[in-house]
Design a protein around this ligand. Structure first.
Ligand SMILES: C[C@H](O)[C@@H](O)CC(=O)C(=O)O
Length: 431
């Protein structure tokens, strides 16, 4: 038996100068940051759980403080019992009445629970000697539904319906594991699309993306309609008619603006419009989806929890669902969201535009293919080409596809040298 004895956090911030000349319409100059947590036991095996919440800079100290507040729930606990019942641990943290008061189930405390849950999954996968996607994909349907809290979901997805979905997907698991290991998982890239890039850089990166095997690129939009029209002309010219171009407004518009703006861009054969308005506005997304059909509407990177995703699906307010590795309460909640998407027949294209998100979310997408949806149709994981060098097992994307991780763990362990170099020690910057 071993105990959880170490619970260590770090405020890690990567200056924007490392990244790009301005990011998107709502985050013009972000420092990519990680509110990082490391969990260790006294097992003496040298194995640790590492995870983080992705933030964009000045709020990272607040997020770290929220994670620190969870230490008393973990330190001193029997590690084997905790890792054997991660559904129970998630529900214990999520149902805690005092933690719920800081939510419920949204915001920095919800994401702090997610970081702790994800770090425990990283540790469990290391102990089992498997990449997380493989560990999850080999759990039985009964083990998988035990990970999920179906409270608030039963009007859309019951435990029995989830069991039925998972059992129906059991045949072919071995073949799909082999397929993922042989061919990887499709990716698309946002690398050409950041708002601060010159027209020349946009055209060059778009051509390079096609040469690298990507079949879809994504452009940030929403700052200026004239600029968006010009940039889409340049991108379409650079990639040709067969490569898909998605656009992302990062919550910039009101509903009527979104409809008007997207109608102006429709002639460029848009693959999807991402975050057209507030991530809390389910009915707004539904109105936009109806008005601009057949352009698909998508959201998810700021969707607070499985209950919000449920409503987006019930209202037919999105046609593509974008899970995010650190926005909700960890692997368990993301499994609930993947089951909801499968129930409603909605394709999942995970968000990954941030530090470490590619490394983490690839595991969930591969698990979904093997054990939940059983399909790759129209599905792809976002890829952004920065900061992977700071991870012990960085994402590998080749020929427009994520190669299946083989190293044990969740891929979310940062190199100690990077944490030391980019640990934020200053005073909190002026708001
Ligand atoms: C600030 C983040 O980089 C954000 O722009 C990422 C994002 O919206 C995406 O990758 O999509």
């Amino acid at each position: 038996m071993s105990l959880i004895v170490e619970f260590e956090t770090h405020d890690v911030r990567f200056p924007t100068s490392l990244l790009l000349d301005g990011s998107d319409a709502m985050n013009p100059d972000p420092d990519y940051s990680a509110a990082y947590v490391r969990i260790a036991t006294d097992a003496g095996d040298g194995l640790e759980g590492h995870a983080f919440v992705f933030t964009i800079g000045r709020g990272n100290d607040v997020q770290v403080a929220a994670i620190d507040a969870l230490a008393p729930y973990l330190v001193g606990q029997n590690a084997e019992e905790v890792l054997a019942d991660l559904g129970g641990m998630w529900r214990r943290l999520q149902h805690d009445s005092q933690l719920r008061w800081l939510g419920p189930e949204k915001g920095v405390m919800h994401m702090a629970i997610g970081a702790v849950v994800n770090a425990l999954w990283d540790l469990r996968a290391k102990r089992e000697g498997k990449p997380l996607w493989r560990l999850l994909a080999e759990l039985s349907p009964e083990e998988l539904v035990d990970l999920v809290d179906f409270r608030y979901l039963s009007d859309a997805l019951t435990r029995d319906e989830a069991l039925e979905l998972l059992r129906a997907a059991e045949p072919g698991r071995a073949e799909r594991i082999a397929l993922i290991e042989a061919d990887g998982y499709p990716a698309y890239t946002t690398t050409p699309g950041w708002l601060g890039y010159s027209d020349e850089k946009l055209a060059r990166l778009s051509r390079e993306a096609v040469a690298d095997g990507f079949r879809q690129i994504k452009l940030k939009v929403g700052a200026s309609l004239d600029d968006d029209l010009r940039r889409l002309r340049i991108a379409r010219e650079a990639v040709g008619p067969d490569i898909r171009i998605a656009v992302d407004a990062n919550q910039r518009w009101d509903v009527s603006d979104a409809i008007e703006w997207m109608r102006a861009l429709a002639s460029f054969d848009i693959a999807w419009i991402e975050e057209p308005t507030s991530p809390d506005d389910v009915l707004g997304h539904a109105a936009i989806a109806r008005a601009i059909a057949p352009i698909p509407v998508t959201t998810g990177e700021h969707c607070a929890n499985r209950i919000m995703f449920k409503q987006f699906l019930q209202a037919r307010a999105l046609e593509v669902l974008q899970i995010d590795y650190t926005r909700v309460a960890g692997v368990n909640e993301n499994i609930a969201i993947l089951l909801l998407a499968a129930k409603f027949g909605v394709r999942v294209c995970p968000h990954a535009g941030g530090v470490g998100l590619c490394e983490g979310v690839q595991h969930l997408a591969m698990f979904d293919f093997v054990a939940v949806s059983g399909t790759l149709d129209g599905r792809m994981i976002e890829f952004v080409d920065h900061l992977h060098e700071h991870f012990v097992t960085p994402t590998v994307v080749r020929g427009g596809r994520y190669l299946a991780p083989s190293a044990p763990g969740a891929g979310t362990e940062m190199r100690a040298e990077s944490i030391a170099e980019y640990e934020f020690r200053g005073a909190r910057a002026d708001a």
